[in-house]
Design a protein around this ligand. Structure first.
Ligand SMILES: *Cc1c(COP(=O)(O)O)cnc(C)c1O
Length: 363
C-alpha cells in the first residue's frame, strides 16, 4: 500500500489508525450487522457514537459545563451567517479582526445582518502578519468580537487570546482546533469545520456558552438557529452520521496519543523543524512575519515561479502531495495538522534540502 505524505490544507490527512479502524468496522459496526452509514441516527448504536464523541471533545478541550457542544453541517462558511443571526441580540454591532481570506468572508456575512467594524487588519501587507490588538479597541456595546485563530491560507495565527471583557469572543477555529490548549472560558462561541484537524468534511463543530443561545434574529432560519440544535441535541434532523463517527475515532486517537497538551508540544516541534530549515536555507523563504507563524499551515516560496512549479512537480512525483500554495498567496504551503506524523515533516525537509542542493549545483 502506497500512502503519500498529504500536506493538503483541507480536507486533510487523517490518522492511519483511524482509517484502519473504520475499515475494520465498515461492514459490521459492533455487531449491528451494518455500517454506521446505514444506521438510524436514532438507534442506540449511533446515540452511543455521538455521545462518546461529545464526551471526548469535552474532556480533551476541557469544555466547561455551561457550554453546549453541537455537531452540525454546512461547514464553517455556514457559521459565518449563523453567528450574526444568533448573536446580534441588542446593538446589532460586531467588531472584527481582519486577518485573511476567511475573516473577509465572515465579515461580509455579518454585514448583511448588522453593523460591522474592523478594529484591526493586516490587509496592508497581504495578511502576512497579525495586527496589534488590545481590549481598549473593543466597543463595549458590540454583540460580539470575531477572530480567526489560525489563518489557513496565509499561514498566520494568534499566539494569545484577546481579553474581550464582557463582549463575547467568537472564534473561527477551523484550522487549529485541537492543536493546542485553549481556555474555553475566554470564548463565547467557537466554530470549526471538521475537515482540517478533527475528521472528514460534512461535520461542523460549534461550542457555545449557554447564555448566548435563544436570542436568534426573527429571520434566522430554523436550521441556523443554535437553539434548534441545543434542544435537539444535534439530532433535530439527520446529522452527518459517518463524519461524526470518524471524528469520534480521531478523538479517541488523540486521547490515546496523550491529549492536546502533548500534541501541542509535537506541533511546535514539527513547525520549528520546518521553519528552522526554511530560515537557514539559501533558496527557500517564508513570506510570514516570524512572530505570527502558524503551527498548522506553513507557506514558503522559492525565488521564481518556475522554481516553485518545478518543486511542486518533483515533490508530487516523490509522494509529497498537495503542497501548492493557495492561489491568493502563490508558492507552496505545507499543512502539518495533528495527523501529519513527525516523520512526514522530516521527510519533506530532507526532500527540500535535496532540491536545494540540486538547484545550487546546477548554477
Ligand atoms: C477551511 C476554513 C473555512 C471554511 O470551512 P468550510 O467548512 O469549507 O466552510 C473557514 N475558516 C477557516 C479558518 C478555514 O480554515
Amino acid at each position: 500500500m502506497n500512502r503519500v505524505y498529504n500536506f493538503s490544507a483541507g480536507p486533510s490527512v487523517l490518522p492511519l489508525p483511524v482509517l484502519k479502524q473504520a475499515q475494520k468496522e465498515l461492514l459490521n459496526y459492533e455487531n449491528t450487522g451494518m455500517s454506521v452509514m446505514e444506521m438510524s441516527h436514532r438507534s442506540a448504536a449511533f446515540e452511543n457514537i455521538i455521545q462518546t464523541a461529545e464526551a471526548l471533545l469535552r474532556e480533551l478541550m476541557q469544555i466547561p459545563k455551561n457550554y453546549h457542544v453541537l455537531f452540525l453541517q454546512g461547514g464553517a462558511s455556514t457559521q459565518f451567517a449563523a453567528v450574526p443571526l444568533n448573536l446580534f441580540r441588542t446593538s446589532k454591532k460586531a467588531d472584527f479582526i481582519h486577518t485573511g481570506s476567511w475573516s473577509k468572508k465572515a465579515i461580509s456575512e455579518s454585514k448583511k445582518y448588522g453593523e460591522v467594524r474592523i478594529i484591526a487588519s493586516s490587509e496592508d501587507k497581504n495578511f502576512s502578519y497579525i495586527p496589534e490588538i488590545n481590549s481598549d479597541m473593543i466597543d463595549p456595546k458590540a454583540d460580539f468580537v470575531h477572530i480567526t485563530t489560525n489563518n489557513t491560507i496565509e499561514g498566520t495565527y494568534f499566539p494569545d487570546v484577546l481579553d474581550t471583557k464582557d463582549v463575547p469572543l467568537v472564534a473561527d477555529m477551523s484550522s487549529n482546533i485541537l492543536s493546542q490548549p485553549y481556555d474555553i472560558q475566554k470564548f463565547g462561541l467557537i466554530y470549526a469545520g471538521a475537515q482540517k484537524n478533527l475528521g472528514p468534511a460534512g461535520l461542523t463543530i460549534v461550542i457555545v456558552r449557554d447564555d448566548l443561545v435563544g436570542y436568534a434574529m426573527a429571520e434566522c432560519p430554523t436550521m441556523l438557529n443554535l437553539q434548534t440544535h441545543v434542544k435537539g441535541k444535534s439530532l433535530y434532523n439527520t446529522p452527518p452520521a459517518y463524519s461524526i463517527y470518524i471524528a469520534k475515532l480521531v478523538l479517541e486517537w488523540l486521547k490515546d496519543f496523550g491529549g492536546i497538551e502533548k500534541m501541542y508540544k509535537q506541533n511546535k516541534q514539527k513547525a520549528a523543524m520546518l521553519y528552522d530549515f526554511i530560515d537557514q536555507s539559501k533558496l527557500f523563504s517564508s513570506p510570514v512575519e516570524k512572530s505570527a507563524r502558524s503551527l498548522m499551515n506553513v507557506p514558503f516560496v522559492l525565488p521564481t515561479d518556475e522554481l516553485n512549479q518545478q518543486f511542486i512537480q518533483e515533490a508530487t512525483a516523490n509522494g509529497f502531495v498537495n503542497l501548492k500554495g493557495h492561489r491568493s498567496v502563490g508558492g507552496m504551503r505545507a499543512s502539518i495538522y495533528n495527523a501529519m506524523p513527525v516523520e512526514g515533516v522530516q521527510a519533506l525537509i530532507q526532500f527540500m534540502q535535496q532540491f536545494e542542493n540540486q538547484v545550487q549545483g546546477a548554477k
